[in-house]
Design a protein around this ligand. Structure first.
Ligand SMILES: [Zn+2]
Length: 541
């Protein structure tokens, strides 16, 4: 069919055209939408500083219209934008921002060209949030979160190891959903449920975005199951209540690393029978990369496991962060099992609208590995070929040999575009219908001639280099090269409440008591964003 573009949108075909692209015999998709990829902010930048060896081997040379850059697992800002755009991605969500570091995060997002973006403030260990939730003041908490989203120009509520980062301030961690956080007398379960209620009172476009407790520990699949079920009663008809991110990292069975096995079957069974949950994969690829998360205690354990260099950072009363370089090895039973789990989840969850392709960039692998992940999803043979080369123990434990399913190109479109766009409440993205943003990718791949199941290398190649990436109606990539640098917008949520929205005097007093930054200096003004795109929401309170 013909797709017409005018004014950056997909419009009705009126038979006239200034420019025509003949895409017959090619694959046409909406621009890629990434729901979870660490591309900007203080932890990403600290990762860049920590890893000169990551840059020296991977250099992006400047051209007449693009800037130079470096970085394999943590590319510099401009390079990040170019590489996403070359793969046909047009929207990327930065999933983790300490509110206090919002200014820095937006400075970097402003520097990332080619893509639309947004960022999620970390709110699960924020002192004010913990205090409100402990007192059961859900509406006050909601008003506060609305203010925070506006002040940090954020998009969604991010929760990382709820309660854990606060515990980590005392060298401890929470071990279960009912383990109280010291000095706050509140449990992870209460934090998750409280913020889930806040999310629905504010009617935010995305659900709460949750990195579960006990991430990266054998046996944690049961924590993931409990996390999903703890908000089951809070789900509203037809709408998910929770997004579990990089689910691979919380789908481990077993009681230690030697007995570690896949819990993908149990997780998938739960997701297949409950519609209040969405997931993203957090796929591991065998490569050198950099792990980074606000889950400070987890990164401390990882540093102990690998003996590698480590960054540990505490962000005042808000959250913390850790960074550790990491190499996933084929011959490691644990790493190879992790590789298997990510794919098992994506293949065992029946509905592609419920699980999205991510590598939790750069935690499981750099985002530039997506084409390889696509080839594994589409080809049993590609999986078999990799299975042959991994650790024997992991191969024996892998569920992959028993899974015949292969994604088709519709499934891939859903997992990399339509699904995440829907979960994010971005109605203008992820489809090619009338009124959608004219973000379109054309790949040199003839769906009628190529058999992805057998020709998985062709698939991988095609998805690595878009023949055309069209952003807001303009050709920005041609034959895998950037032909027009563009800025891209920053989405953020502006929530209107019927009741009080400004923090009270009491809150201002607490600000100066708790933080090194005064209340007045805390908010990031809208003109700080290179291209601000507010999403206006009417709250239910
Ligand atoms: Zn992440």
């Amino acid at each position: 069919m013909d797709i017409s573009i005018s004014g950056g949108k997909i419009v009705e075909n009126d038979g006239r055209a200034e420019e025509v692209i003949n895409a017959s015999g090619m694959l046409v998709m909406p621009g890629g939408v990434d729901i979870h990829s660490h591309i900007a902010g203080s932890e990403v930048n600290a990762g860049r500083l920590l890893r000169p060896e990551d840059h020296v081997r991977d250099v992006e040379v400047k051209t007449e219209i693009t800037r130079s850059g470096v970085g394999y697992s943590i590319p510099s800002t401009f390079t990040t934008g170019y590489r996403y755009s070359r793969m046909g991605y047009t929207t990327v969500m930065n999933p983790s921002m300490a509110p206090l570091e919002a200014r820095h995060t937006h400075e970097e997002l402003n520097d990332i060209p080619m893509i639309d973006k947004a960022t999620y403030p970390l709110l699960g260990d924020w002192w004010f949030v913990l205090e409100y939730l402990r007192e059961g003041s859900i509406e006050e908490c909601a008003a506060h979160v609305a203010w925070m989203l506006k002040a940090t120009r954020g998009y969604a509520i991010k929760i990382v190891n709820p309660g854990g980062p606060e515990c980590w301030g005392f060298g401890r961690n929470v071990k279960s959903l009912d383990d109280p956080v010291p000095h706050f007398n509140i449990t992870p379960r209460e934090i998750i449920r409280g913020l889930c209620k806040v999310n629905s009172l504010l009617d935010l476009p995305h659900t709460i975005h949750v990195h579960t407790n006990n991430l990266g520990k054998p046996g944690n699949y049961s924590t993931a199951l409990e996390t999903m079920s703890c908000v089951e009663d809070l789900s509203e008809e037809g709408r998910p209540a929770i997004h579990i991110t990089h689910c691979q990292f919380c789908a481990f069975k077993g009681s230690n690393w030697r007995t570690m096995r896949s819990g993908a079957e149990e997780i998938a069974r739960y997701v297949n029978s409950h519609n209040h949950v969405t997931l993203d994969m957090g796929q591991v690829v065998f490569t050198d990369t950099t792990t980074m998360t606000a889950d400070g205690p987890f990164q401390y354990r990882l540093c102990g496991l690998t003996g590698n260099k480590w960054v540990n950072h505490d962000v005042e009363t808000e959250t913390c962060a850790g960074i550790v370089p990491f190499r996933y090895r084929r011959k490691s039973p644990v790493h190879a099992t992790q590789w298997s789990i990510g794919l098992e989840l994506a293949l065992l969850v029946e509905d592609p609208w419920r699980i999205y392709l991510t590598t939790d960039h750069p935690n499981g692998a750099p985002f530039t590995k997506y084409p390889q992940v696509i080839s594994w999803l589409m080809s049993r043979l590609a999986r078999k070929r990799t299975l042959k080369r991994i650790s024997k123990i992991a191969r024996r434990r892998s569920l992959l040999p028993s899974i015949d399913r292969e994604y088709d190109l519709y499934d891939i479109t859903t997992a990399t575009r339509s699904g995440p766009a829907k979960a994010l409440g971005l109605g203008r993205k992820g489809h090619l219908g009338l009124g959608a943003d004219a973000d379109i990718t054309i790949y040199s791949l003839n769906p009628e001639k190529v058999d992805p199941s057998k020709e998985y290398n062709t698939i991988r190649k095609a998805f690595s280099q878009a023949t055309y990436t069209i952003k807001d109606g303009e050709i920005v990539v041609k034959d895998g090269e950037i032909v027009k640098p563009t800025q891209g917008r920053t989405f953020w949520v502006d929530t209107k409440l019927s009741s009080q929205t400004e923090p009270t005097k009491e809150l201002r007093r607490k600000f100066s008591e708790y933080w090194t930054v005064d209340y007045e200096n805390y908010p990031v003004s809208e003109d700080y964003l290179a291209e601000s795109a507010a999403i206006y929401i009417e709250a239910r309170i």
